[in-house]
Design a protein around this ligand. Structure first.
Ligand code: ZN
Ligand code: ZN
Length: 350
């Protein structure tokens, strides 16, 4: 017992010193769709699992099916258009099998909010659960009461699509909606998941996902400038438990007014948000609408020490702003911030 006790003390000393985080990836995140809008079957959807585990959770579900086909194994649909009907059918069968297998290991879906670029693929993949290995399974779908209520009323309301919370039967539906109140952690596949509200035109949440050893991944969906999430994230950062975060960056910095009006961020506003995580105020009373790239470039170097090796995955770029946002992020990254634009089908481990 005494030896075990010392091992636990040693483990927490290592955690406190950052040694555990530095060398041991705990999570794998597979971006199944990354854009803040639809292009080439590539909109907000992320598969997360603890490394070494077989099952995971889906964070948003804009384009899970095309993301699985592109990101997990080879894309068997690519040759179908030029193949004979018989071989096209075989390719399609293989694609369906691949998607069903991935979904079989996806034990729950967490939705940040109800906007279409985060849920349209969720609705359209439902028929895959009616036959084959998924038949008879029920997947829990978590979100705020407002988000789930909006989906029930609109997508699953009957006029747009069927109600798969009652199909094929009320006793064994394809999905079960489960309201997740803020700051109320639940455990799924060994991961502890907790939501906190962020700022968006509709209620939207960020998810803190903790692995069994206490390491945390923060998934921030759509948000404008916000506060509460940074208070919690900051204490996790100080405890050396925050491994990585994903956060949106929708428009180029010259579009600050549009971004703020629609509840989004620009690269400059992203740095302004990260300053809250770092515990450093932007250093001026500049309103967020006038916080441009020049001010962000002055602020960015001041954040490097506080953020350390924290990996920051940038998501949800609007397709039309992609090149501009990437250019700006590259300039801000020169200060030493780890800003990584994730790509569909390219897993990251941390
Ligand atoms: Zn969105
Ligand atoms: Zn949105």
């Amino acid at each position: 017992m005494r030896g075990v006790g010392w091992l636990i003390v040693l483990h927490w000393l290592l955690v406190a010193s950052g040694s555990v985080e530095a060398g041991t990836p705990r999570f794998e995140l597979v971006p199944l769709g990354v854009f803040g809008g639809e292009i080439e079957g590539n909109s907000s959807s992320y598969l997360l699992k603890e490394l070494g585990g077989t099952d995971g959770i889906l964070l948003d579900a804009g384009s899970p099916v095309s993301g699985i086909l592109k990101g997990i194994g080879s894309d068997t649909t690519a040759s179908a258009s030029t193949a004979s009907i018989a071989s096209a059918s075989t390719a399609s069968t293989a694609s369906i099998a691949k998607v069903r297998d991935a979904l079989l290991h996806t034990k729950a879906i967490f939705l940040t909010h109800s906007h279409l670029d985060h849920i349209h693929g969720f609705a359209l993949m439902m028929p895959l659960y009616l036959e084959g290995p998924l038949k008879g399974t029920t997947t829990d779908v978590y979100g705020s009461e407002t988000t789930l209520g909006a989906i029930r009323k609109t997508l699953f309301g009957g006029s747009l699509w069927g109600d798969f919370s009652r199909i094929p039967s009320e006793a064994r539906p394809v999905v079960r909606f489960r309201t997740l109140p803020q700051s109320t952690p639940i455990s799924v596949v060994g991961l502890n998941v907790e939501s906190i509200a962020v700022q968006h035109p509709v209620p939207s949440v960020a998810y803190f996902v903790a692995a069994s050893d206490g390491a945390v991944y923060l998934h921030v969906g759509d948000t404008g400038p916000t506060e509460a999430v940074w208070i919690k994230a900051r204490s996790l950062l100080q405890e050396h438990r925050l491994k990585a975060l994903s956060i949106e960056c929708s428009f180029g910095s010259v579009q600050a007014k549009l971004a703020l009006a629609t509840g989004h961020l620009t690269p400059a506003l992203l740095v302004r948000e990260l300053s809250k995580l770092a515990g450093i105020t932007p250093g001026s009373e500049t309103p967020s609408t006038e916080f441009g790239l020049d001010k962000a470039r002055v602020l960015a170097p001041r954040l490097v020490k506080a953020l350390g090796s924290l990996r920051i995955f940038v998501t949800h770029i609007k397709p039309g702003s992609y090149d501009e946002v990437r250019r700006e992020l590259a300039r801000l990254g020169q200060a030493g911030l780890s800003l990584e634009v994730v790509k569909q089908g390219e897993p990251v481990r941390f």
